[in-house]
Design a protein around this ligand. Sequence first.
Ligand SMILES: C[S@@+](CC[C@H](N)C(=O)[O-])C[C@H]1O[C@@H](n2cnc3c(N)ncnc32)[C@H](O)[C@@H]1O
Length: 266
Amino acid sequence: MSEKLVMPNEGRKTSKTPGHWVLAQLGKKVLRPGGKELTLKMLDGLKINSSDHVVEFAPGMGFTARLCLDKSPQKYTAIEQNEQAAEIVRSYLNGQNQTCIIGNAQQTPLEEATASVVYGEAMLTMQTDPRKNEIIAEASRILKSGGRFAIHELCIVPNEIDPTKKQTIQKEVAQTIQHPAKPITPFEWKELIEANGFNIEYEVTAPMHLLEPKRMIDDEGFLGFLNIAKNIILKPEARKRVLGMRKVFRKHRHNLAAITLVATKK
Ligand SMILES: C[S@@+](CC[C@H](N)C(=O)[O-])C[C@H]1O[C@@H](n2cnc3c(N)ncnc32)[C@H](O)[C@@H]1O
């Protein structure tokens, strides 16, 4: 990737920057809660092949985009809201059938029933409930019948959690990441997807270890991890944010998890 590419939200006050962009500025490329391991499971469940038109919602730093492109889909289209992130994703694209459009996943310029695979990671949790539904409805609109859809998001467990406790966790997560995020239970994620015309085919969860050293080494490689650690030491404002986020994730470790769901359109 070119050194000249600007990182998302660069120049914004660190204390007010959404958590995922603080991590990206520190060098983190994997910004989804279940890490590379859950992403690989999601991609296995999607069974992407050379005849697929794949649409990725919110590719961020392009980590999964690259894994997906390794599978040589016929067409790859990403929809990313953030201009700097879109530029970074474009630096990985090659050829006419690979594009990254700056736009919103809830209202894409894509034709109805033209995609065979749609997926998005760590992008629905940060939306309000009505917006979550709009984005899944848009995935359903652009997918052909029989097309595959997958998410990889944060969830609150167990399904039967006390509602007050759930609200407290949602509030603390949103506060620490400085973004109005609202993780929901596995049952609620499945309900939202099924209500938009899908059958759930595959479900897997993983611990929310996004900021734990072992997961960071697995996700970023040892050198990547050392680079992030160096940046954390050199940037006290960002360090404060990372430690704040990790504290909340650790506090609620028994009630926070990552989930991947793969579904097919009826
Ligand atoms: C936490 S990052 C996750 C990035 C990447 N998917 C990953 O897992 O590493 C959230 C991403 O969602 C994008 N995003 C948020 N809402 C969006 C929307 N409505 N449409 C398109 N992109 C969106 C952000 O710009 C950012 O790139």
